[in-house]
Design a protein around this ligand. Structure first.
Ligand SMILES: Cc1cc2nc3c(=O)[nH]c(=O)nc-3n(C[C@H](O)[C@H](O)[C@H](O)COP(=O)(O)OP(=O)(O)OC[C@H]3O[C@@H](n4cnc5c(N)ncnc54)[C@H](O)[C@@H]3O)c2cc1C
Ligand code: FES
Ligand code: FES
Length: 479
């Protein structure tokens, strides 16, 4: 077992031991390193002021992505590289993006500017085509309250495609190893410990030895427990470097997605099978959140308003749960027992999610309703799947988030359609019986009446879309 982490900070190799594993990268940069270019706005992953670039070796190549330093724990950095705005140019020799930011008047108060520059740096490093849509997607997690996005987009459009000469593959490769890291520190009298296993065996052993440890994946939920709820996490097991959890296996019938797969890594493959899934996944958080957050975390947290559970329940996904004693596979919907209660035994963790590929007769629709297009939690999320042969529906699955204490299927509505005509009359009957499937609540996101009405209308929307053969989910239309 190793007692330290090693990572690159702006190209320089750093070793840290006896470091609080839940210290955020933002705190570390500003308070330990005095690198104050990275700003703190919200400390909850929403504003992008703290954006830095996180690089990792993937298939021997450096992959660089924007992430929020305010919710990223230092204990997760072993073998990775962080680049901050300090790594770019100097006032006398600015980096191309900094030069463009000045020339195109991108900055007024300047508070958001380092974060915007780093999101653009990640976009440039990714080699993504510079379309307005891709630029908008890269910047959706960077809130600017003064400049307005016109000049920011102008600067992004003027960037050359790849001035990224930052190839640190040799240095990152030298940091690779197969040992579990145990990073520990005594923080004001409190012992804190993070284990970072690399294999399924190491992970299973650790969970058996420390059954009450917090399992940490992308940290986009857990980060906020620390920064917003000031929770102390004494013992953490980090899942991010366990290869078996970070692999997608595809065969003729299914995609088997490791629980640690990030949204950004699954969005294209899932979207190729179910285009509507892609449309909703692009609206989960913003790029920085999708670059860290995992599909397994979105399920495991048991939230009634997570977006992936309804999408995957409608697709008839199964969950693989693994422990030292056993590995079992359950229908995803059975995982959610009640609010805050999931079918997860002590010593067990979510290993993967099995998603069947669509049948030729299968129709699949999914919609997210929230107040903003990106970076907003759903008021209601709905996904609906059914086979249509000679006008008759079968295998009907309609799943909702935001309508009950757990993600849940609309069984009464499904019965109306199962084995019956796909007709407007039956669709309207299915809409009507939703009131026996759900008793939604009033909260700050939506009233119960709004939730019910919109949930009903989403079935109608699927009907209209299926009839028109043209997607009704054009930008902004779902909001
Ligand atoms: C700014 C912002 C915007 C967001 N927007 C959205 C949104 O639009 N839609 C949405 O659905 N969510 C959203 N979220 C919530 C969050 O991003 C997701 O729930 C995310 O998928 C959680 O995954 P994670 O890997 O970050 O989980 P973590 O924070 O690491 O863990 C979450 C929980 O799951 C448990 N866990 C994780 N992996 C496993 C495993 N393999 N086995 C057992 N337990 C496990 C952890 O112990 C913890 O209890 C947002 C979050 C932020 C900060
Ligand atoms: S400080 Fe707002 S996203 Fe990190
Ligand atoms: S320039 Fe002031 S917040 Fe963007």
């Amino acid at each position: 077992m190793r007692d330290h982490i090693q990572f690159l900070l702006n190209g320089e190799a750093v070793t840290e031991r006896h470091l609080d594993p839940t210290m955020t990268v933002l705190q570390y940069l500003r308070e330990r390193r005095m690198q104050t270019g990275t700003k703190e706005g919200c400390a909850e992953g929403d504003c992008g002021a703290c954006t830095v670039v996180l690089s990792e070796l993937v298939d021997g190549k450096v992959r660089s992505r924007s992430v929020n330093a305010c919710i990223l724990f230092m204990g997760t950095l072993d073998g990775k590289e962080i680049r901050t705005v300090e790594s770019l140019g100097t006032p006398d020799a600015p980096h191309e993006i900094q030069q463009l930011v000045a020339e195109k008047h991108v900055s007024q108060c300047g508070f958001c500017t380092p974060g915007i520059v780093m999101s653009l740096t990640a976009l440039q490093a990714s080699g993504t085509q510079k379309t307005k849509e891709n630029i908008g997607e890269a910047l959706a997690g960077n809130l600017c309250r003064c400049t307005g996005y016109g000049p920011i987009i102008d600067a992004a459009m003027a960037m050359t495609t790849d001035t990224n000469t930052n190839d640190t593959s040799a240095e990152l490769s030298a940091l690779r190893h197969d040992e579990t890291v145990e990073l520990s520190a005594n923080v004001y009298g409190i012992e804190k410990r993070l284990y970072d296993p690399k294999t399924l065996d190491q992970l299973t052993r650790l969970i058996t030895e420390h059954p009450i440890a917090t399992l940490l994946a992308g940290g986009t939920d857990i980060g906020l427990w620390v920064t917003k709820h000031h929770k102390t996490l004494n013992k953490i097991i980090y899942l991010g470097n366990v290869e078996a959890l970070n692999t997608i296996i595809e065969d003729d019938d299914v995609l088997n997605i490791g629980a640690g797969i990030k949204y950004a890594d699954a969005i294209n493959q899932l979207g190729a099978l179910y285009p509507h899934m892609n449309t909703v996944m692009r609206r989960i958080g913003a790029a920085q959140v999708r670059n860290l957050g995992t599909i397994g975390g979105n399920i495991a947290n048991g939230s009634p308003i997570g977006d992936m559970p309804p999408l995957l329940i409608a697709a008839d996904a199964k969950l693989v749960l693994h422990s030292k004693e056993d590995e079992r596979t359950i229908p995803l919907q059975d995982y959610f027992i009640d609010y805050g209660q999931q079918d997860l035994r002590t010593g067990e963790f979510v290993k993967s999610i099995i998603i069947p590929k669509p049948r030729t007769s299968q129709n699949y629709y999914a919609y997210k309703i929230s107040k903003r297009f990106e970076s907003d939690i759903s008021a209601v999320c709905m996904a609906m799947s059914f086979d249509l042969v000679n006008g008759i529906c079968s295998n009907v699955r309609i799943a909702y988030g935001g309508m009950a204490a757990t993600p849940k299927r609309a069984e009464a509505a499904e019965i109306i359609l199962e084995g019956h005509n796909w007709s407007e009359e039956n669709v309207r009957k299915a809409m009507a019986v939703l009131t026996s499937d759900f008793t939604p609540i009033d909260d700050m996101r939506a009233s119960k009446n709004y939730r019910m009405q919109v949930a009903q209308n989403l079935i109608l929307k699927a009907w209209l879309e299926q009839q028109s053969d043209a997607p009704l989910h054009v930008l902004g239309a779902d909001i």
